[in-house]
Design a protein around this ligand. Structure first.
Ligand code: PXP
Length: 247
């Protein structure tokens, strides 16, 4: 089936496991190479300011040795901008970053951070890097993303996924993502989704026509402990296709 959303695998937590013991395994590079072999469409990695998982040489090695588009998640800082320009990933996904958070808790406020984002986005684009903004599903944020020159928005799916996993009503959080995706696509932005996605939540999200890419990390690395990377990726691809067909 053509035009299925791409599956980007976030390999951050392979590095989390490596760093927990200070060893050189498991290797994020090896994981990324296997993701390619098993049918992933892209690799995502977030180089955090505190380097708690992925480090600078992981990013460079993956870019150099893995023949898949690299989606480089970064905070909007000058340090990350310089690394992005040196690395030349396919896209940079700009995320808010707080040192004390366990994971990226919400989208970036494009309106509030306009001044710190505008030149950074220009620089990335001047270097041939596509720019994605990780935002919450809000039309005001989508308009601001378009106005500031983003090519892509990635919508934070955390609230919807949490509702699914807790067995709570997810209709309103799903409707927000669906409406935001429609609006963003309508005004010419490419739409990606990410955060907290599992086997339970992917099928419903795949029903949204406008989605071009999913970026999934923690659950893929977690489930790989039981199923292995190959079967986990295959199952995601099967569920994405099933969601698309059942629209
Ligand atoms: N997309 C973005 C922008 C993120 O920040 C993250 C988390 O690093 C993900 C996707 C992947 O989220 P998860 O690890 O919950 O699948």
């Amino acid at each position: 089936m053509k035009n299925l959303p791409r599956l980007g695998v976030n390999i951050d937590h392979v590095a989390t496991l490596r760093n927990a013991r200070g060893e050189n395994y498991p290797s994020p590079l090896r994981a990324a190479l296997l993701c390619k072999e098993y049918g992933a469409d892209g690799i995502t990695a977030h180089l955090r300011e505190d380097r708690r998982h992925i480090n600078d040489s992981d990013i460079l090695e993956i870019k150099k040795k893995v023949d898949l588009p690299l989606n480089f998640e970064m905070a909007p800082t000058n340090e990350m901008l310089q690394i992005a320009i040196k690395t030349k990933p396919n896209a940079c996904c700009i995320v808010p970053e707080k040192r004390e958070e366990v994971t990226t808790e919400g989208g970036i406020n494009v309106i509030k951070n306009h001044n710190s984002l505008v030149n950074l986005i220009k620089e990335l684009k001047n270097n041939g890097i596509r720019v994605s903004l990780f935002i919450d599903p809000s039309n005001d944020q989508i308009i601001a993303a378009k106005d500031i020159g983003a090519d892509i928005i990635e919508i934070h799916t955390g609230e919807f996924c949490k509702n699914v996993h807790l067995g709570l009503n997810f209709e309103s959080s799903f409707a927000k993502i669906k409406e935001a995706s429609f609006f963003a696509n309508h005004i010419g932005l490419e739409v990606h989704l990410g955060h907290g996605i599992t086997f339970e939540s992917i099928e419903k999200l795949s029903e949204i026509n406008e989605i071009k890419e999913f970026n999934i990390g923690h659950f893929i690395v977690s489930e790989s402990v039981f199923l292995g990377l190959k079967d986990t990726i295959n199952e995601f691809k099967r569920l994405i296709e099933k969601g698309r067909v059942s629209r």
